[in-house]
Design a protein around this ligand. Structure first.
Ligand code: PMP
Length: 407
């Protein structure tokens, strides 16, 4: 018993550790490019106008439990947002969906579920990826295998590396984690023709794809365009082939695209092949939820539900997505321009061409450390910068600091 409790201390999560350091830093010009959370042009958290309006309309006094699978209306709207109305109708009885405790909870529940019921020999995770993919899957006991995702020389997706690793090592029923859009941390996504190549391999090798969908709307500003790959795979896997693919699933987060970070809103959508029924899978997901937290949080789901069920609020939400994604794009442009104008060594066009919240800057761990100690600018040691932390008031300062760490 003593031995059981005498555990080694696990290292603090890098991002959360840095955020604590940033909070404690009294320097007036400090800049945080750490967190994957949207900030407005004043560097402040932003409550989306659609969310503000939904809250005003809600006047919700209901603090009762939701059902174990969450709010049926929310789950249905989450489904429509992911698959669109045509495909949702086509999916009909081949889908099991459940509300989850955010995207993290969705990823975790999917991992536990698949480890138990698909029993993959391996799970393939992009290198690099959101750090929690490893933490989550490591708990299941399924052997983890990285697949190369990023090619630093060309600053693009390492498609050849990815395909050849999966070709060599993946076996039927193995799990492949794919980020649907706005890849964290690299900011580079596959093109549609590259996705087609991945699809061909997945289909041929009968792999199980988990789409992690945490940034729908952040890549292009349009949630339908950003869900393209999920819809494409679903169509191909289930309708346009006689493949024996075991299915696919989506771990959906509403944290970023509704700015509901603290409310923990998410969903799982489990697409089963046409010859199978999802009813057993749905009941198993509910059993997992029952054992873990019994009922998902109500308030955030009510906000999302209120917005997506109302045409006017949904239109406002789409405008909010454009506000966020276009501010990020504008900041990319400004930082890139300033780095170029200051003759900072190297090519900085990737800052502008990368997609979503993050930029893989290419700065070394040493440069990142200097930015922090000398200039009070915080980003991850990998060189990942959250572009949301930039604004017209600090982009200049950040650009000149980057120039100086090259000196
Ligand atoms: N997946 C990815 C790729 C992410 O970047 C994140 C958040 N950083 C999540 C899932 C989970 O987000 P949340 O739990 O806040 O919904």
């Amino acid at each position: 018993c003593e031995q059981y409790l005498d555990l080694p201390i696990t290292p603090v999560d890098t991002a959360f550790g840095l955020m604590a350091e940033y909070d404690a830093d009294p320097h007036p010009s400090k800049v945080s490019l750490i967190a994957g959370a949207y900030r407005d042009e004043n560097g402040s958290p932003w409550v989306l106008p659609s969310v503000q309006e939904a809250k005003a309309r809600l006047k919700d006094d209901n603090h009762e439990y939701l059902g174990i699978a969450g709010s049926p209306a929310f789950v249905n709207l989450a489904l429509l947002l992911t698959f669109g109305s045509k495909l949702t109708t086509k999916l009909n009885k081949n889908i099991a969906s459940i509300q989850t405790v955010s995207g993290t909870g969705a990823n975790h529940m999917v991992a536990v579920f698949l480890a138990r019921h698909l029993r993959p020999a391996r799970v393939f995770i992009p290198e690099p990826t959101w750090i929690n993919h490893q933490t989550i899957w490591a708990q299941t006991g399924v052997p983890l295998e990285d697949y190369p995702y990023y090619e630093p020389q060309s600053r693009s997706v390492d498609l050849d590396g990815m395909l050849s690793l999966l070709e060599d090592k993946a076996e039927a029923n193995d799990v492949v984690i794919l980020q649907a859009c706005a890849h964290n941390p690299t900011g580079v996504d596959l093109s549609r023709s590259q996705w087609a190549q991945v699809m061909e391999l997945v289909l041929r090798k009968k792999l199980y794809v988990v789409f992690d969908s945490a940034y729908q709307g952040f890549a292009t500003g349009d949630p339908d365009t950003d869900a393209w790959v999920i819809r494409y795979f679903t169509e191909e896997l289930l309708f346009d082939s006689d493949s024996e693919c075991p299915g696919l699933c989506v771990a959906q987060s509403f944290s970023k695209n509704f700015g509901l970070y603290g409310e923990r809103v998410g969903a799982i959508h489990l697409v089963v092949p046409r010859h199978l029924s999802p009813q057993g899978a749905l009941s198993e997901l509910k059993t997992l939820a029952r054992a873990e937290y019994s009922n998902p949080p109500r308030f955030g789901a009510r906000i999302v539900e209120t917005i997506l069920a109302n045409d006017e609020l949904k239109r406002q939400w789409k405008r909010d997505l454009v506000t966020m994604s276009s501010r990020i794009k504008a900041m990319r442009r400004i930082l890139c321009k300033q780095l170029e104008e200051q003759n900072t060594p190297g090519d900085w066009s990737h800052i502008e061409s990368q997609i979503g919240m993050f930029s893989y800057t290419g700065l070394s761990a040493m440069m990142v450390a200097r930015l922090r100690t000398q200039f009070h600018i915080y980003l991850l040691p990998s060189g990942r910068a959250s572009i949301c932390g930039l604004n017209v008031g600090n982009a200049d300062y950040v650009a000149s600091a980057i120039k100086q760490v090259f000196g």
